[in-house]
Design a protein around this ligand. Sequence first.
Ligand SMILES: Nc1ncnc2c1ncn2[C@@H]1O[C@H](COP(=O)(O)OP(=O)(O)O)[C@@H](O)[C@H]1O
Ligand SMILES: [Mg+2]
Length: 359
Amino acid sequence: MYLQKLSLVNFKNFESKTFEFKEKINCFVGLNGLGKTNILDAIYYLSFAKSYFNPIAGQNIKHEKTFFVVEGDYTINERLEKIICSLKKGQKKVLKRNGKAYDKFSEHVGQIPLVIISPSDRDLVIGGSDARRKFIDGVISQQDKSYLQDLLSYNKLLSQRNALLKYFAANRTFDEVNLSVYNDQMISFGTSIFKKRKKFLEKFIPIFNEKHFIISNNNEKVNLVYKSQLLTSDYRTLLDKNLEKDKILQYTTVGIHKDDLSFEIGGFPIKKFGSQGQQKSYLIALKFAQFEFIKQQSNLIPILLLDDIFDKLDENRVSQIIELVNKNEFGQIFITDTHSDRIENVIKQSNKSYQIFNL
Ligand SMILES: Nc1ncnc2c1ncn2[C@@H]1O[C@H](COP(=O)(O)OP(=O)(O)O)[C@@H](O)[C@H]1O
Ligand SMILES: [Mg+2]
């Protein structure tokens, strides 16, 4: 599978632009602010019907314009597939595959598997637990449709249960039967989500360790650990035990919405004790593991977007990454860099065909 051609109209800083791509490596080179990351985001759009960077869809329309269109021609299993994502101001986003609009974008997610590595992934290390849950959820839901549905149902029940707890407090009342209706459903969805996360991480963590081993040249001891209250207690017991606390705090204090991943280096949190390069290596290993995992689950090789990944990494790590790219069966790769010499040197080592676009 690969993206042959990309056309942008009024997407972010591009008014009208078309690119023809190589089947293997494509690089965008240029100074800051020229739109390298925006091109990657357009490619991301075609896989997920949303931006990786800006959740407010309307802000992806070029300033002063009223719509954008992102169009991609893919070759998938030797067939041409045309994906178009467009947005008019004040209207709903439209996503089409070969001329036919999707009712639900979730039907499209996973059809063109893709992994992006970008500087904003730092949020995974420095941000709150929701960023890390989103990471897990994103990987699982690319290959398990019911997972996303269960998660949406769970989150809806969670806010309803929280509203009920608030109502109890405001009205100095309590209705056990009413609450148990929410509990029962949350236990059912929550337990299923917990089991899927646990099963996923059992497969994922060894892949992560293997990738990190290569990138760091086996110089660092890192751990990735799944943290969930459900690992030590079933959900019903947890809810029962914490009922009084929930009533006082007026929200649900236990459940899979509190799950987290712990990123550790030498036994300590990497957020506090890892250098920038170490944090970056950790994130790259995480994303390469995601790539490997999705590849194993799908019959297509994901597209890989590498945004400024060679920045802040020493030469050793850069060559280890190139070695990974060489060793593994990667498909199409898009890379951005501000230094044309650096990227050309790096890419040459990879002995794959490539094209450089100077912006
Ligand atoms: N909706 C928009 N309309 C016009 N320009 C935009 C829009 N969104 C972002 N930009 C511009 O895109 C540029 C940043 O592009 P980016 O892809 O991040 O650059 P880089 O090449 O450094 O990766 C900025 O100059 C920013 O003003
Ligand atoms: Mg950029």
